[in-house]
Design a protein around this ligand. Sequence first.
Ligand code: ATP
Length: 235
Amino acid sequence: MLKIKNLHVHYGAIHALKGVNLEIQSGEIVTLIGSNGAGKTTLVRTISGLISPSEGTIEYSGKELTRQPTHRIVQLGVAQVPEGRMIFQNMTVEENLELGAYGWKDGMKEEMEKVFQLFPRLKERLKQNSGTLSGGEQQMLAIGRALMSRPTLLLLDEPSLGLAPNLVQQIIKTLIQINQQGTTIFLIEQDAFLALEIAHRAYVLETGNITLEGNAKELLKNPKIREAYLGEINP
Ligand code: ATP
């Protein structure tokens, strides 16, 4: 479904992605783990069309995404929940959700109801200014807004960042629900344990290179992963 081949990204002299190859099949939850500065955000932003690669291709459902404008990529079914949420603080919850619909109007209310089933809190806060929502509610809104574009692939950049553990659990449960309803998920996470627990497959990114890939449950048992990302010290 998503096929990334030999992807290179440069920021001036900085070579942030060095020939990344990655594939996601329809219906999967795939996670990308890696330490700070590994290039995770760069990869998501390149898939979304916010960054142009210097080399390589990204194909989604047989269509070339590389060098397409972001709105076209959203129309093709790929939506991003960016790191830091990036909701419009001075707009209400409702207005933020409407913006996620990207131009289409028919069935907007029904689509919003689907979001409220996942996040009932948003319905209670519909007319509230988004800037006054709690961190967890803002994350729910960011996910809800992305879902309003009716994506088939949802990209999430560190949705657990800065949230209390019980809220993280709630967000994770909802992601599993979204996946079970048919949306493929690509999850970027610093919390490797959390990510590997819910993902089907995983990739490890280190300084711009994919160094490991495989079944998430197997990677969870891998001593290298346990030492580098789960804070365990091998004897
Ligand atoms: P984190 O987990 O800390 O968010 P990350 O894995 O998402 O890290 P990126 O943000 O993709 O990493 O950054 C990859 C590398 O590219 C880093 O060395 C970073 O300093 C560099 N980089 C990112 N954005 C820019 C930019 N706009 N200009 C120059 N260098 C950048």
